[in-house]
Design a protein around this ligand. Structure first.
Ligand code: SAH
Ligand code: SF4
Length: 365
């Protein structure tokens, strides 16, 4: 199989081009085509000398992922792409448009082995790991689509406002169970002469893989860390997140403490608000007590519907009360995540990698 260019760091691409006896200038040009031109095929790199093109065509491919399906939410702010991988595998990637910026929500695995009860990806089980190139390809896909959209709206491509601003590793899969590939992808996404997504622009969300969090800290990886908490007791968490058995709550909190001490960064804690389950005033106080003294922000996500879980999202009054208690009694900042793309099953925890696998299974909200 020819190597995917998205799989290579700029240094590796330069080495490859030099190994052909060619000038590194050509590597810089290829890089520019990939991450500024968003070229999805080698044919689009027309200004390369024929001898470089010939080697590229013989030994490499861009690695762009074909979109088998695209859906757009009725408000137009969210677009979901079903992208094909080798071997008939499929993943989903989401473009989320907020005022003045675009975020790509990318997958790190096809499916997921962690089995969180309310998550459609968990309900489908684990299919395979993604390579670094397959992760990078998703971000570039979103960047390319966003620029096409900006151009067709007559917005000037100058000034960089059409560039992808943020990447969240919050799609399908558990990124810390695919550590090497995810970190290589992060390095490629950050490259200052490529997509140039700095440390503040990439957020990795984990279910709470303790060894992975400790490794992130030890290696001081330049990403924001979000940890999916959902319950403030070991017992409560076990019922929602089965892997809490392997990585219990006290160990998870200790790892987060270590992460913040080592990196100086605060951690985002995600909390899917489930009506009558984890949204009471007492639940909010338990979160406040659990996170006391930690640099933290809580992101509340009203539960999104999935076929395999019957829970309902908390009402907005419950979400407001939760926030009020966290802020008022514990000085703990929090946000309620905007519900986006629910009608096309593109919300948190709704990605399941196939048209029949999501929208057909439950009606649009
Ligand atoms: N595997 C990682 C990242 C992908 S899931 C993780 O679990 O953190 C991204 C976020 O969506 C997580 O916080 C997850 O708990 C949350 N989530 C999963 N299913 C959800 C649902 N049905 N409604 C709301 N949030 C959900
Ligand atoms: Fe996997 Fe995250 Fe879904 Fe849990 S919430 S099953 S870890 S993708």
């Amino acid at each position: 199989m020819r190597v995917s260019l998205y799989e290579l760091t700029r240094g590796e691409l330069t080495e490859l081009v030099e190994s052909w006896g060619q000038s590194p200038v050509h590597a810089a040009r290829i890089w520019h085509h990939l991450y500024w031109g968003y070229a999805d095929s080698l044919e689009k790199m027309a200004d390369l000398p024929a001898r470089v093109r010939a080697r590229l065509e013989a030994e490499t491919r861009v690695g762009a992922l074909p979109a088998a399906l695209e859906t757009q939410s009725s408000d137009g702010f969210t677009r979901k792409f079903l992208l094909g991988l080798d071997g008939n595998r499929m993943i989903e990637t989401v473009l989320m448009r907020f005022t003045g910026r675009v975020t790509a929500c990318v997958s790190s695995q096809a499916g997921c082995a962690m089995g969180c009860v309310f998550c459609a990806t968990g309900q489908m089980g684990f299919k395979s790991q993604l390579s670094a190139g397959e992760i990078v390809a998703q971000a570039v896909h979103v960047a390319r689509e966003w620029r096409l959209c900006a151009k067709s709206n007559g917005e000037s491509p100058a000034g960089g406002s059409h560039r992808l601003r943020n990447v969240v590793l919050m799609g399908m899969g558990e990124p810390l169970q695919n550590y090497e590939a995810v970190m290589k992808a992060v390095d490629i996404l950050r490259d200052p002469s490529g997509l140039a997504l700095g440390a503040e622009r990439i957020t990795l969300s984990t279910v709470g893989v303790v060894p992975g969090i400790l490794r992130l800290a030890a290696e001081r990886r330049p990403v924001h860390l979000a940890v999916s908490l959902h319950a403030a007791t070991q017992e409560g968490r076990l019922a929602l997140v089965p892997v809490a058995k392997k990585w219990p709550l006290d160990e998870l909190i200790a790892a987060c403490r270590r992460y913040s001490e080592t990196t100086g960064r605060r951690v985002f804690y995600e909390w899917a608000l489930i009506e009558g389950r984890n949204d009471s005033a007492e639940d909010a106080r338990a979160v406040g007590r659990l996170l006391r003294g930690l640099p933290a922000q809580v992101n509340l996500i009203p539960l999104n519907p999935t076929a395999g879980y019957a829970g309902a999202p908390s009402r907005s009054e419950a979400a407001r009360r939760f926030q009020h208690i966290l802020g008022g009694e514990f000085a703990l900042p929090s946000t309620v995540r905007q519900r986006r793309g629910i009608d096309i099953a593109a919300g948190c925890g709704q990605l399941a990698g196939g048209p029949g696998a999501d929208s057909a299974r439950f009606p649009a909200a």
